[in-house]
Write a protein that binds this ligand. Structure first.
Ligand code: NDP
Length: 289
């Protein structure tokens, strides 16, 4: 019998989370007499980054979170950029700092991220926050993996005991994703560009998270029938359409469930960011009192 494939869409989850965040922001304002504030640092004129930053500001606005954009010239030096970040670190009215990636190639992204005060690191990417994630007590967890877990939980996908694979081992997606799945008691295999027999490995899995960044590389032959697949990849292809790493048209009737692109992981990333801003704002300002 053909499988009824479910699309794991973000819209309903986002609505529920937004309602909850509204309440949190309201409580925050009642307690501290201001709203939490996010600072987004954008270096250069990358059109995709500009779209992502605009969406983040719009969501902040919708939820009553203040947001400020610091737009910097693409030729800025590392020293100058770190100086801007230090200024934001020192500003008591800024609760979260996000440096939009990718940065121009002359800037060392790791060094820039390390410049962010871990108490304001809304992406959870500083060594201190990544270390805390390994230890299982992170204050802010990287937004995309956090959003993936929220999405799976919303759709009642029980992770305990599942055999899961994560394709990709970046600091922003793959590594924290594998840790979070492990913390949910899944058994996790990490795959990357040097993995041998990738198809054979993925075919054994109950759940696969794909973050390879390769448009439509993964057809249905990579997954067993009835598996669940989360597609983190996002690409604008030649005809202007947006797609993920999956060949989505092949998945209906084969997978139990998968995330659409757009409308799957992307909106979850923004919601997680908002949750992190509010959480870090509560933590930091409570400690200042
Ligand atoms: P990176 O390029 O930093 O990492 C890609 C990873 O995939 C690397 O670990 C690489 O392996 C691995 N990889 C590449 N090709 C293959 C392959 N053929 N087989 C197996 N593994 C492979 O990307 P990111 O993690 O930053 O992002 C991944 C994708 O997710 C991108 O499309 C990005 O746009 C998207 N993204 C989407 C977000 C959202 O909110 N929806 C947020 C963040 C990212 P190796 O380490 O060996 O090079």
């Amino acid at each position: 019998m053909a499988i009824q494939t479910q699309l794991l869409k973000a819209r309903e989850v986002a609505q529920a989370s937004e309602a909850q965040l509204h309440n949190e922001v309201h409580k925050f304002k009642a307690h501290f007499s201001v709203s939490p504030q996010l600072a987004v640092v954008l270096v250069g004129h990358d059109p995709a980054s500009q779209v992502y930053v605009r969406r983040k500001h719009e969501t902040c606005h919708k939820l009553g979170i203040r947001s400020v954009k610091i737009e910097l010239h693409p030729d800025i030096t590392e020293k100058e950029l770190l100086h801007h970040i230090q200024r934001l670190n020192a500003d008591p009215d800024i609760d979260g700092i996000l440096v939009q990636m990718p940065l121009p190639s002359h800037l060392d992204a790791k060094k820039i991220i390390e410049g962010i005060d871990p108490l304001k690191d809304v992406d959870g990417l500083t060594t201190s926050n990544l270390g805390a994630l390994v230890a299982g007590n992170a204050k802010a967890v990287s937004c995309t993996p956090k959003g993936v877990i929220s999405l799976l939980k919303f759709y009642d996908i029980q992770l305990k005991g599942l055999n899961c694979a994560v394709v990709g081992r970046s600091l922003i997606v793959g590594k924290p994703m594998a840790l979070l799945l492990q913390q949910e008691d899944a058994t996790v295999t990490m795959c990357h560009s040097a993995t041998r027999n990738l198809k054979g490995i993925l075919q054994q899995m109950d759940l696969v998270v794909i973050a390879a960044g390769k448009p439509m590389l993964f057809g249905k032959e990579f997954f067993r029938e009835g598996a669940v697949v989360v597609d983190v990849g996002i690409h604008r292809i030649d005809n202007g359409q947006i797609c993920g790493d999956l060949k989505a048209t092949e998945m209906n009737g084969h997978l139990l469930a998968y995330t659409p692109v757009p409308g799957g992981v992307g909106p979850m990333t923004i919601i997680s960011l908002m949750e992190n801003v509010v959480k870090l704002a509560f933590n930091r300002r409570s400690n200042l009192k």
